[in-house]
Design a binder for this molecule. Structure first.
Ligand SMILES: Cc1ncc(COP(=O)(O)O)c(C=O)c1O
Length: 392
């Protein structure tokens, strides 16, 4: 009999054979400890794979603010913001975001993926050149593809390579440099000051994705660009509410003229329903807490340094630093999966990151620490990891 899905079976077989298959795990409701521990399929696990860096996702004040917004405005966004979905809540949030980021304007998107694809495809077109770090997030790559611009990928954080490519394209149409601020799978930081200099020297524009810098860096959590004193230097600052904010959604901050252009051209904004009021209400509260509860930022950076130190003490090769993303390089897909499975058996949730999320041959366990992890949690986790290495 003709099997219409034989090709899907074959694709699956290929993935499985290369230890690249993915599956969903069911997480059960809980958390009285700031999200540091979770229940997965009935098992209590230390969560070392969450982007909830500040432990805000379960904060009662945020949940309460969301519920109040839902009670006032209803459950759904009901239409695109350009139709009838532009509740006053949105405008309040954008006003606060612009003030926080010290920029003229802000625009909220449904999520980080849609912000990057929508913004980039609205800002670039055929014949433009986009210079993008090789390790930038997939949503940036997809935005460039959607924009039909010429795509030049420079070697990770390699300024010489970037300058070489910029020089080659001198005199062309518009040029954009795009980078993550903190790289999502490597946890290292972009050389922002040097990127601003190159932007100026080559008459380009610069967009920075602060998905992992927002909330955790900068005096009031504005991100790495603020920490580097570059708040007003970057043309488009993008960030998300899905990570340190503990909620969902994303935003860009920029000059008013850019915001106006995006409101008219960003297709992911125009042709998609507004976020539900619950989300905006929660984000407004999270934004206050991010600015005022400085201890969370201090704690996550302390835990980031501590966990790196604990791993190094046990002989693991991890880079020093204080960003919450700590990759443990393993290399082979199958071995990385084994580490992840064994971590889980011992009570730790830490997922294996494999290609195409990271380059072939660079599979890893991506650990992330949170403000709400205790020293005992992290010491115990480092001991478990050492035990697994000895076993394998
Ligand atoms: C650097 C970066 N940009 C964008 C995104 C997408 O954000 P979201 O999860 O809100 O769609 C992510 C999240 O995975 C990310 O790591």
């Amino acid at each position: 009999m003709n099997n219409r899905y034989a090709w899907l079976e074959e694709e699956w077989r290929q993935l499985d054979q290369h230890s690249l298959a993915r599956a969903l795990h069911t997480v059960e409701p809980m958390s009285k400890d700031g999200g540091a521990w979770i229940h997965v399929s009935g098992q209590r696990l230390l969560n070392l794979s969450s982007n909830n860096y500040l432990g805000l996702a379960h904060d009662k004040r945020i949940v309460e603010a969301g519920m109040q917004a839902a009670q006032t405005w209803g459950a759904g966004g009901t239409a695109s913001r350009l139709v009838n979905g532009n509740y006053t809540l949105y405008e309040e949030l954008e006003r606060q975001l612009a003030a926080w980021k010290e920029r003229e304007g802000a625009l909220v998107f449904a999520n980080g993926y849609q912000a990057n694809t929508g913004v980039i495809s609205a800002m670039v077109g055929r014949g433009d050149a986009v210079f993008s770090d090789r390790l930038n997030h997939a949503s940036i790559v997809d935005g460039i593809i959607l924009g039909r611009a010429n795509h030049y990928r420079y070697r990770h954080n390699d300024l010489e390579h970037l300058e070489y490519l910029l020089r080659e394209q001198r005199g062309g149409r518009r040029k954009w440099i795009i980078t993550d601020s903190i790289f999502s799978m490597d946890g290292d930081m972009a050389p922002l000051t040097a990127l601003v200099e190159l932007r100026d020297r080559y008459d380009a524009m610069l967009m920075v994705d602060e998905a992992h810098g927002g909330g955790v860096r900068g005096e009031q959590g504005q991100g790495l660009c603020h920490e580097a004193g570059l708040a007003n230097q970057v043309d488009v600052l993008m960030g998300t509410f899905s990570k340190a904010f503990g909620v969902y959604g994303a935003y860009v901050c920029a000059d008013e003229v850019v915001i106006r252009h995006l409101t008219n051209k960003a297709r992911s904004l125009i042709y998609s329903t507004a976020l539900p009021p619950f989300v905006i209400g929660s984000v407004l509260e999270a934004l206050q807490l991010i600015q005022t509860e400085t201890w969370r930022r201090v704690a996550v950076r302390r835990n980031a340094r501590l966990f790196r130190h604990l791993l190094r003490l046990r002989g693991f090769s991890v880079e020093e630093g204080d960003t919450p993303i700590i990759p443990l390089a393993i290399g082979e897909n199958e071995l990385t999966l084994q580490y992840s499975r064994k971590l889980r058996e011992r009570g730790i949730a830490a997922v294996a990151i494999r290609p195409p999320t990271v380059p072939a041959g660079s599979a890893r366990i991506r650990f992330t620490v949170m403000a709400t992890h205790t020293r005992a949690d992290l010491e115990w986790a480092a001991d478990q990891l050492k035990g697994i290495r000895d076993e394998l």
